[in-house]
Write a protein that binds this ligand. Sequence first.
Ligand SMILES: C[S@@+](CC[C@H](N)C(=O)[O-])C[C@H]1O[C@@H](n2cnc3c(N)ncnc32)[C@H](O)[C@@H]1O
Length: 807
Amino acid sequence: MVGNAKSNRIKAYRAMSKLGYDSKVVKPVLNSLLEVYEQNWELIQDEDYAVLVDAVLESEDSKLKESRRFHLIDEPEGEEPPPKKVRSTSRTDEALTWGGVSSSSSDWQKDEPLHDVMKVTSESVREEKLATSAHCYVILGDTEDEIDTPMQRCPEREQKGSSYYSSSEFAQTKKSHLFSPEGSYESDPLSAQPLPDDDFNEYNSPSVHKLVNETHNLKACQENVRGLPDTMSEPRPLAIVHPDHARSSIQSNYSNAKRNFSTSPKVTELNTKDGSSSTKGPLLLGYHPKPKYSAIDEESSWNGSRLDIASSCQGEVKLSVTFQSSLPSNFRVPSLDAVLKRMEEKYVEAYNITRQDFSIVKLMNEICETFLATGIMSSGNERVSCAELQPDPITSRDLGGQVVSNHVANTAGVYIDPPRFRFLNGLDFSQSKIGLPMKLSGSYCDIYLEGLRNQSSSTAEIMVVAQHAFPNMIESVCLVDDITTGEEDVKISLINEINNEGQPLFKYITRNIVYRDAHVKFLLARISDDNCGSHCFGDCLMAELPCACAGETGGEFAYVPGGLLKEKFLEDTILMKSSPQKTNFFYCQECPLEKPTSKSLSGVCKGHLIRKFIKECWYKCGCTMACGNRVVQRGINRKLQVFMTKEKGWGLRTLEDLPKGAFVCEYVGEIVTNTEMFDRNSRSIGKKHTYPVLLDADWSTEGVLKDEEALCLDATLFGNVARFINHRCYDDNLVEIPVEVETPDHHYYHLAFFTNREVHASEELTWDYGIDFDDHTHPVEAFRCRCESESCRDLEKGNVGIKLLTL
Ligand SMILES: C[S@@+](CC[C@H](N)C(=O)[O-])C[C@H]1O[C@@H](n2cnc3c(N)ncnc32)[C@H](O)[C@@H]1O
């Protein structure tokens, strides 16, 4: 087809003149196209000069936009536009311009419903040149219903009371109706015969396709246009959308869909392996900017763009195209239907097959099925190798006891959009550096899933899992999307990849609750000015002088701006806990722990660790909730996950890297008296896990404590994520710190966990319960310590009784 430049030019003018374009109009556009395409005539001639037609349309479009912005396209030059009809419903006659097809001014003056004015005739299609301005604006209906998909008139439906096609039906019938030489929609859409080829070719021009495709695109963006600011002077329609807006609406639809893949499974974005920026096709299948290329008939990588196939553990397989180069300005996202149809036509023609034998959808399905089948049945060399997957260094770490690299050989690997897996398996792939190996015990074979995101390259890698293993798998893996049931600001998932134990039964609460006679009174009258900064303002950390609350921590706040603990404060706290010096303990005259009648109790206080308190600003302080001295009371803001450990029951891990001194969570439960706790413990002997924590950090200053003042927290029935934090001897990664918020009476306080070192994403969070594994005197159920710490104190492993989880 490519000849010399002159003959090519003549051919182009001829082709365009058939569509009604004068060579004077075509010439400048053609010149710039040749420049852009570096004189590559093949690209311009491809698909019946599709690029050229689009570019001419675009150029006409902008000319018309400038000169006659809101006028009807067939309004004679120089004439005033016909009077606009103001309707109480605020719909206006710009509605006529919807859909890329013109209508006469007399049409729109009639008080017809919006849809009726959309008349498509062969004449209007022939006068496509005029119609080009029509796709500049979209008018949506004036009621909620009408805002729905713009409809096309359908005589068959008229009989049933509804006379319009939805735009997808419209697209399906476009060949027999939209492009009917008789115009309008007279024929029965079901019995309609294809037009003779000549007719079809004439009306099936790329530009007409473009208009039809835009119909689809606009449908896709309607949800988003409702909120667009209406800048027009009255009378104004509900919404007017320029194609550029439509495009951005589609893009924002796309972003929304990315955030919520489960509701928009068609949308897949694949990141480039090297992290280079790429223009991503927002639909599952998209155009290559150069129409020569298409997603199916090329190998998996062309010209820097890429066709990817991805599979989820639900057995879904998706094809996706990533564009490397920027799209030309005249690019409009085509409808998937239109792309598939065009592909079908190409195939039918290229391989001399009949339409009945071939369907592109079938072909795609077959690719997907083969992809899964190959992944399951193929031999080693047909699979993606470990090296090709370039696993992040994190994969070589032993996470949760399972080494990921062992698994890779059994699986195929693809690059996949992390958000699609976001809620599957409870993993959050949007976080950087997550490596969570999971052994998914399907009935057919052991399947492993690994998701990780490399911070520097923004890529995500995921192992593909076999389809048939899915039903079992999901049950045993992702139990709960958010165990907080929305109570916390962040979701906290719960996942079990080890056994079949189900969701633990307890009521999630975010604040301690008082049980019966436990003495916890927050009397504002008891909080004097000495205890609070009633005159502080805004953020106390920013004030020149620290407020009264800092008095508790030696006149300096315990936090630095941003919420981390001050290094010095943290180090002191860690030191006090770790050094076993007797001076760090105080001994009660009458220890509440020794009081409850039990033969095994000696009556002698075994000592309570002395603690440093943090005092946070609170109700009587003048500062705001955003004050830097309010960290614990603002609640959890880290990405955490409850997971099944190999030997310790449920545990808690972080899904993000945590810096040293970061607040993780508070230990929340029922505030019960020490006596009540003993009662509960004696009733629950034999229970696998226990959840009590003593609030004994300040028993030293209280003299002899009354029963109702010796308090514990019990998270057995009511609690938060902290109830899942397991014990680790000495080299734990959390330190628990008493925090005064509401009351200066330190027999009640909050117990908050902070990281005592940097903690990596996926690490289990642990704290040293302070258990004396040699103490056999307490009637609390024993557990064998499985902390795997080199300094594990439980030397007997199993023969110990423990006392309450003392601090
Ligand atoms: C506060 S709960 C922690 C969550 C608990 N693993 C669960 O499944 O709910 C404390 C209980 O966890 C278990 N546990 C905690 N740390 C452990 C360890 N290092 N070794 C063995 N079991 C542990 C014990 O059964 C203990 O009574």
